[in-house]
Design a protein around this ligand. Sequence first.
Ligand SMILES: NC(=O)c1ccc[n+]([C@@H]2O[C@H](COP(=O)([O-])OP(=O)(O)OC[C@H]3O[C@@H](n4cnc5c(N)ncnc54)[C@H](OP(=O)(O)O)[C@@H]3O)[C@@H](O)[C@H]2O)c1
Length: 293
Amino acid sequence: MPKVYSGDLTKMFDISGKKAMIFGGAGGFGKAIAEGYAANGCSVCISSRSEAKLQEAVKDIEKVAAPGVKVMYIAGDAADEEFVKKAVEVVTGPDGIGGCDILVNAQGINKKMWSWEIDTDFFKKMLDTNITSLMLTCKHFGNWMKSNNIEGAEKIEESAFEHGKANPNQGYGKIINFGSVRGIRAVANGGNGNVPYNTTKGAVEMLTKAYAADLRPNIQVNAIGPTITYTPMMVGLLPPDEKVRNGIAGALPAQRIGYEIDVVGPAIFLGSAASDMVTATTIYPDGGLVATS
Ligand SMILES: NC(=O)c1ccc[n+]([C@@H]2O[C@H](COP(=O)([O-])OP(=O)(O)OC[C@H]3O[C@@H](n4cnc5c(N)ncnc54)[C@H](OP(=O)(O)O)[C@@H]3O)[C@@H](O)[C@H]2O)c1
């Protein structure tokens, strides 16, 4: 049966005891979410390519982790299907965090290139990192969730569905993909040279909706679409001075650009039972950018 929350009203946002896999987990947004999850009692495995950055990030996450929380990492390229398969095995196994309730896809790369001089090889690399890797992690962690997160769930008979082939799997889970305001908005402050990046982020919007349809009913798949934020990805692309950076967003309701912490609340909501009826959509922690500019 599709799940409906009927528990303690004070526990709707509770993620304690859960297990989260966070790709891009040593980066700006990924690490902020890992810290937010671990502080709230959720065990985390972070992943990206640089082992040294992962080791540093694990130290920071452990400092804020609630008692009993396990923090670990696995290094590899999320665009490599063999690595993603191995990650499922390791992370959900006895040497990992023992399961996966929440998958976060916070990996990504960005390079501005004027449309008339796009480097085709780099364009393909951006597609691999920003979209193919999401397909791979949603596929393999989604499959794992469908078949393994079944405690207390009732089997759904295919005959219960009128149209097409139903997904009879009862497994539950939460998947959170990183889109961007640039997934639905072509031009903004500094919006030039964004054909490759915007293309990948537009694809994240639709990949998210289509996975939500396929993984129904108990795996919710949503996206977070932040506004520009001074994470390591944006060093060199945004002015180094904080006041100047926030000045870029002076006309917006929030009167500042994003900070890494801004995505943590949405990620806790989307990782918790409070969002059980929220699926196939995007939350924009954008300070009002999409609606007002
Ligand atoms: N910052 C912004 O203004 C902004 C705004 C909207 C959306 N976003 C999106 O938010 C997400 C997180 O970005 P961020 O700003 O936190 O950037 P970040 O600090 O650069 O973090 C990105 C992470 O992705 C990892 N990564 C890159 N390629 C990878 C691959 N092939 N396999 C596995 N991991 C890979 C990087 O580590 P390694 O290089 O070690 O692999 C890094 O840890 C991205 O999807 C980005 O597009 C960012």
